[in-house]
Design a protein around this ligand. Structure first.
Ligand SMILES: [Zn+2]
Length: 193
């Protein structure tokens, strides 16, 4: 494979990028923005090498504990379960939640072979069993897989005597939290049950 072909193949790994878009991106960088190409390469390399996961909540972090887990001012009674760091960021932007998080890094998807174990349910159950935690808020998305994930986790948590709530409806069915407007997220948090 030529270097150009390798670049196009690499770009095709990005979500939503097919052959044509990958070609367009490659030609753009080579024709118009070599400097941008170099800084993109450096940024990707640095991110791949330096960004790991928070030991406590599993979100992306450059340090063993992320900024939120390391913040003693958050409300330790609340633990909010989200599917991804992007969903966590959406909740943070809504400015309506002050507890801690647990980031699943996925959702149950039997067709793709993703079960309870792959999404860190064991670690979640341990984290939720800590004495300070009084309520676990399930904020997985309102898609079929997100709902299934919430259902399975709720059963497991309740069977251990842990109080569980789910983000209220109002978040449109089928939607990823990441793309929901901030006011709706704030309401869904207040109206959780
Ligand atoms: Zn963390």
């Amino acid at each position: 494979m030529s270097v150009l072909e390798q670049l196009i193949e690499a770009l095709k790994r990005l979500p939503g990028v097919g052959q044509k878009s990958a070609q367009r991106m490659a030609y753009h960088l080579l024709q118009h923005d070599r400097e941008g190409a170099r800084s993109l390469a450096l940024a990707l390399q640095a991110a791949a090498e330096q960004i790991g996961h928070c030991q406590r909540c599993h979100t992306f972090s450059e340090t063993p504990l992320c900024g939120i887990c390391a913040d003693p001012a958050r409300d330790a009674r609340l633990l909010c379960v989200v599917e991804s760091p992007a969903d966590q960021a959406a909740l943070e932007r809504s400015n309506s939640y002050k507890g801690y998080y647990f980031v699943l890094l996925g959702r149950i998807s039997p067709l793709d072979g993703v079960g309870v174990r792959q999404i860190g349910a064991t670690e979640l159950l341990q984290r939720a069993a800590e004495t300070a935690v009084e309520e676990v808020i399930l904020a997985t998305s309102f898609t079929a897989e997100g709902e299934a994930t919430a259902h399975v986790l709720a059963e497991a948590l309740r069977s251990r005597g842990i109080r569980v709530t789910r983000l209220a409806r109002g978040v449109p069915v089928g939607s990823e939290l990441e793309y929901v407007d901030l006011g709706t997220i704030a309401h869904a948090l207040v109206d959780r049950r």
